[in-house]
Design a protein around this ligand. Sequence first.
Ligand SMILES: Nc1ncnc2c1ncn2[C@@H]1O[C@H](COP(=O)(O)OP(=O)(O)O)[C@@H](O)[C@H]1O
Ligand SMILES: [Mg+2]
Length: 212
Amino acid sequence: MHSIVILNPKGGCGKSTLSVNLAGYFAQSGKKTALADCDPQQSSSDWLALRPEDLPAIGRAEFSGGKIKVPGGTEVLVIDTPAAVHGQRLAGFVKLGHSLVIPMLPSPIDIRAAEHFIAELYSLKHLINRRVRLASVANRVREDTLAAASLEVYLEKIKLPTGQKLPYITVLRASQNYIRAAEKGMSIFEFAPAKTTYDREQWHPLLRWLGG
Ligand SMILES: Nc1ncnc2c1ncn2[C@@H]1O[C@H](COP(=O)(O)OP(=O)(O)O)[C@@H](O)[C@H]1O
Ligand SMILES: [Mg+2]
């Protein structure tokens, strides 16, 4: 089973959006997929409850006491996490995953915060020992703004504590498609094919990185 954890202590950066779209992608590509919602706000669970029955099913993995109970036969597990996770709780979530995906908003302040967060991740020594893979995704990027234009410059500057560059995998634009699909319990891989072509293309580098 491949376990993918979506992490960033910043609220509103797109953890739940990435989680449900990844789960939807893997489910519609034929993998037995489960979603674990570890956030008391339950955004991913609410999405799952809305999911139409005629779409490929996504299992519900129960999170309690820091552990996840995964439905039998699950091939891909997507783990959505709460905001403001640090220290021991953060270490607990890191231990659950093979791949960590960090959504980031494209403002200098948010990228700076993400840099501190990534430094904290690397300070968890067992993370490096277990060779967990780490990648970030710029999310809700308005392509017409200065923030988008300077985004690459900021991302290029981010150095991991190991001196390596942060593997920033892709840029996802701000699009109503995410909101409209989510309202129906769908991912953009299942929603309005003609309208979501561009958005789906933006996911390809991340899906390749995840081996999907
Ligand atoms: N790429 C995007 N385009 C448009 N809206 C987005 C995008 N990503 C997230 N959102 C919206 O931003 C809000 C916060 O996203 P969410 O995934 O709930 O963040 P988090 O789980 O990190 O708190 C939600 O209303 C969501 O629909
Ligand atoms: Mg959330």
